[in-house]
Design a protein around this ligand. Structure first.
Ligand SMILES: Nc1ncnc2c1ncn2[C@@H]1O[C@H](COP(=O)(O)OP(=O)(O)O)[C@@H](O)[C@H]1O
Ligand SMILES: [Mg+2]
Length: 309
């Protein structure tokens, strides 16, 4: 028997997913505590207390809430990771939250990503030359989400307009990617513990270059998701060392190859509306996550009993 803590998003059907997960864990004899929002946790003298629980005594903490986590929550997540099994593990979570760090690591593992460039904000000339060399570039904040906080620069005029503006933001450095010529649709590959769960896609709204649903994109079914895409996604997740991943992939029409755009550490389950569309991977994903949690807890078990002895 293990004690498992969960912090899971509740909107878009998340509450129902959580209920199913809790039921399966309880069926297997575990104790489950939900709603563990680290925002309300306090640390004191070797304990991390929330709702009367010492979170350090949990056997596993499952963190699955994509709503922007505050610095405090992330700080405590990092701390908690030193005391118990966290899913996702904190290191991988942090890398997945940063576009530069993700791509940097993927490149090290010879995984294709868009060409990227990062430099101090004062190196304006370097950025200028890079954008002009590429012709079309995407300025991104390394920790953005939902297609927000990005700018496509495809002319010298736009570049001249955006550079002074960027200098007035709080950004310390600029991160840019070469714009990939793609058909406006992407592949989302869902993985749990290295295993394939599902592949679907999103299509950008007419006139937009971003596929995010938040930016008007719509979910599409993908019958054309072949082994190559799945293998690429698996490699990317493995490179990051992340247990639960939603890997975003697009097809580069110029280079004629698939590239990894992002590795999401908290990929959403299908919403009730998306389930109606035919995205029916939720149950499989729940089952795999429950298995993953059990596996982790078991791994920890001998260490804990040693400690007590
Ligand atoms: N280098 C690029 N070339 C072409 N399109 C891109 C590029 N980077 C991002 N996009 C488009 O913008 C969307 C959002 O970018 P992404 O890096 O995934 O950030 P977010 O975290 O906001 O989703 C992608 O899904 C894709 O449609
Ligand atoms: Mg994305």
């Amino acid at each position: 028997m293990a004690h498992i803590g969960i912090w899971m998003y509740q909107n878009g059907g998340g509450d129902r997913i959580e209920k199913k997960m809790v039921a399966q864990l309880q069926e297997r004899g575990h104790i489950v505590s939900t709603g563990l929002n680290l925002r309300y946790a306090v640390a004191e003298n070797g304990k991390l207390i929330l709702d009367g629980l010492n979170l350090y005594e949990l056997d596993c903490f499952f963190s699955y809430n994509a709503g922007e986590q505050t610095k405090y929550q992330v700080y405590l997540y990092e701390t908690l990771n030193e005391h118990t099994e966290c899913i996702n593990n904190f290191r991988a979570f942090r890398i997945s939250e940063d576009k530069f760090k993700t791509n940097d690591l993927l490149r090290q593992h010879n995984i294709r990503t868009p060409d990227y460039f990062l430099c101090h904000r004062e190196d304006v000339e370097t950025i200028r030359n890079k954008v002009l060399e590429w012709g079309k570039a995407v300025f991104k904040t390394v920790d953005g989400w939902g297609g927000i906080g990005m700018a496509l620069v495809d002319s010298k005029d736009k570049l001249d307009m955006i550079l002074p503006f960027l200098n007035h933001t709080g950004l310390r450095f600029f991160y840019i990617e070469k714009f990939i010529d793609y058909d406006g649709s992407d592949f989302r590959v869902d993985l749990v513990d290295g295993e394939f769960i599902a592949c679907y896609g999103r299509k950008a709204k007419k006139g937009d270059w971003r596929t995010n649903v938040t930016s008007g994109g719509s979910v599409i079914l993908r019958e054309d998701c072949g082994e190559e895409v799945i293998e690429l996604a698996k490699k990317a997740a493995q490179a990051i060392g992340i247990e639960i991943a939603g890997v975003d992939i697009i097809y580069d029409r110029e280079k004629e190859e698939y590239v990894v755009l992002e590795v999401n550490g908290i990929p959403a389950f299908a919403t009730p509306e998306q389930e109606k569309l035919g995205l029916n991977f939720n149950d499989k994903k729940i089952e795999k996550i429950v298995e993953l949690i059990e596996k982790r807890v078991k791994k920890e078990a001998p260490k804990k009993s040693e400690k007590k002895a």
